[in-house]
Every structure is written in C-alpha cells, then in structure tokens.
Ligand binder design. Structure first.
Ligand code: NAP
Length: 324
C-alpha cells in the first residue's frame, strides 16, 4: 500500500478540519471505550459519518444508494444479518439490501456505533451489539442474534486491520468461528469476507491449537476462506462462500493513505447478489469469489479438504466449541 499517512487521507479524502481529523484518527480501540458511562450516545458527524467512521467515498455511495435503489417487485424480503455493518462494505451491503426491500439486522461494536448506524439506516429491523475483540461480548452477540430468530442469510463481514496479532486473531478468526458455531444456521446462505492478502497467509495450526497468538491479518483471512469452504462441505443445503472485495476506499482500504485502486461498488455487490440469489454466481457454494466471479488465485489450503478439517479441529481445540 502507499506511504501516504492517515493524516493525509483526512486532508485529501474528506476535506475535514482538525476536529474531524481528531475524531477520525482516534485509534479504533477508542471506539470500544465509548462503552464507558461518560460516553455520549449522540451520533457523531454528519449522516453516514464522512471523515468520522467512513471515507467520503463510502458516504457518497450511501447517498447514491438512498436515491437510486428501490425494491424490486420480484424481491421476497429476506432476513439478513451483517456483522460489522456500521461502516464501509458492511454498511453499503446493508443499505443496498435494505433499499431493495429486505429486512436487515446490523451489528455494531458498541452502543455509540449502534446509535450511529440507526441514524444512518433508520429502517433497520434491529441492531445487535458486541465487540468481536472480546470473547464474552461475542458470546452475548450470538445470544442476541439467536433471540431474533433464524435468518435467511448471514454475512460475516467485520474485520480489523493494523492491530496486534493477538487482537487480529480474536476479531478476524476466533470470533467469526465462534459466531459460526453458536448462531443458528441460516436458511439459505453464509458469506465470509476475506482478502486477496490471504494468498500470503498461513493457517498456523500449531499456533491455533496451542494458544499462540502470532496470527496476522493475512493468516486470519486464510482462516476465513478455509472456514467457508470447510463449512460448505458440512452444510450441503446451505450456500457458503468466501468473498474478497478488492482493495477499496473504505477506512480499512485507506489505512495507509488515501489510495485504493479497486471499485467500491464491485466490493459489496457480490455479497448483495449472494444474498438476493439473483444471478448465476449466487448459486455456487464452497467457492472463493472476487467481483461476482470465481477467483482463480486462491491459496491451496482453501480447497484442500485435509487443511479444512485440520483448521476446524484447531479452532475447536482453541475455542472449546465444535461445529456439529
Ligand atoms: N477495504 C479493503 O480494501 C478490503 C480489502 C480486503 C478485504 N477487506 C475486508 O472487507 C471487510 C469489510 O472491511 P471494510 O473495508 O468495509 O472496513 P471498515 O470500513 O473498516 O469497516 C469494518 C466494519 O467492521 C466493524 N468492526 C471491525 N472490528 C470490529 C470489532 N472488533 N467488533 C465489532 N465490529 C467491528 C467496523 O466497526 P467500526 O466502524 O466500529 O470500526 C466496521 O463496521 C473486512 O472483513 C475486511 O477485512 C477489505
């Protein structure tokens, strides 16, 4: 990625002043701190959070969706849960599907972010809350989701970047695994957001089994892609796929500066199509997809059944819960 700094990102991508910069540049960890009693639950910034929790590009796309996407007469409203839907690709998929007439449950890391997504997308069915960096909050999140009944589609979209390895392991690998096991299986489809960076990843099974934490972002994305294909084999009546969205201009995409070469809309439309089941790519299961097509550049572990089984065994040992 580019050497441009986060500060330059704010100057160039949002045009915000120092106040906006301070809010945006605050480490993600501070967002979690807003659970503290003195936090204000007033939504921050303008609607869609440009320069606060979204880039200007994501905020513009959310405005575009609001004006241009309408329910289709053929659309049967589905119940869809999207993790990490307070910003970026998760919020865009949520907004698109909402405007198409589906019933969407969003997920926020805390009450502050829940207040913000309720302001941004007022027609949400509900917002469930839990920080995926925290095991107990993830378990509580699973209970909240199950209390809402069975979903048609679950999109595991949430992802952290740029945190210490132990936190990446928890938020990007162990918590999505825990949710996969603890949340009632949806009726139609599951989607796992991965990345082309998974190609440089390693499953690090020893680390997983023995309590180590030396798992980086690329490893975590290999975990998710392999979890998706493993689950697809075990749930033949469900469509389960991994999706790489490309390098797109969200807060995560701009982590190292305001440059992201891929198309933002293409980055969330695969998830929308897999949810709506409106075209041929959304009929597939057990695949690694990129921009509405099957990706050919995939780490060999992803389609290796022994590697899939070994990953599930390691996840089960580490977390204490097994996939049935
Ligand atoms: N953007 C890219 O170029 C790119 C490339 C490859 C893969 N991806 C993947 O695409 C997915 C979406 O990323 P994005 O680009 O849309 O990123 P983003 O704009 O940073 O949004 C990430 C979303 O996940 C939520 N989230 C992150 N950590 C969380 C936690 N510990 N607990 C609860 N919620 C959490 C965020 O909540 P807050 O708003 O509260 O932080 C936000 O709603 C991720 O899995 C990412 O790894 C993105």
């Amino acid at each position: 990625m580019t050497k441009l700094t986060r500060r330059n990102l704010i100057r160039r991508a949002t045009g915000f002043g120092i106040g906006g910069l301070a809010a945006y540049a605050a480490p993600r960890r501070l967002l979690a701190d807003s659970l503290q009693p003195d936090s204000s639950l007033e939504p921050r910034g303008d609607r869609f959070g440009s320069g606060v929790y979204n880039t200007e590009q994501v905020a513009d796309e959310l405005r575009y969706l609001e004006t241009n996407i309408r329910p289709s007469g053929e659309t049967r409203g589905k119940r869809i849960l999207i993790t990490g839907s307070t910003a970026g690709l998760g919020q865009l998929a949520a907004a698109h599907l909402l405007h198409r007439g589906h019933r969407i449950v969003a997920h926020a890391r805390n009450e502050q972010r829940a207040a913000e997504v309720r302001r941004d997308l007022p027609d949400l069915d509900a917002v469930v809350i839990g920080n995926l960096l925290n095991v107990e909050e993830t378990r509580s999140l699973a209970e909240q989701i199950n209390a809402l009944g069975t979903f048609d589609v679950i999109i595991h979209n949430s992802g952290e970047y740029g945190l210490p390895d132990a936190e990446i392991l928890q938020a990007n690998s162990l918590s999505p695994y825990l949710l996969t096991v603890l949340v009632d299986t949806p009726r139609e489809a599951m989607v796992y957001l991965t990345s082309d960076l998974h190609l440089s990843g390693d499953l690090k099974l020893e680390e997983l089994r023995n309590g180590g934490a030396n798992v980086n972002y690329n490893d975590s994305k290999l975990h998710l892609a392999t979890l998706a294909t493993a689950l697809a084999r075990r749930r033949p009546n469900l469509r389960v796929n991994a999706v790489a969205p490309g390098w797109v201009p969200t807060v995560m995409g701009f982590h190292n500066g305001p440059y992201a070469p891929d198309d933002l809309r293409a980055g969330y439309m695969t998830q929308v199509q897999l949810s709506e089941r409106t075209d041929s790519i959304s009929q597939v299961t057990g695949k690694f997809l990129f921009h509405q097509k099957e990706e050919t550049r995939v780490h060999p572990n992803v389609y290796d059944e022994r590697a899939q089984d070994a990953l599930l065994t390691a996840f089960a040992k580490r977390s204490g819960v097994s996939l049935g």
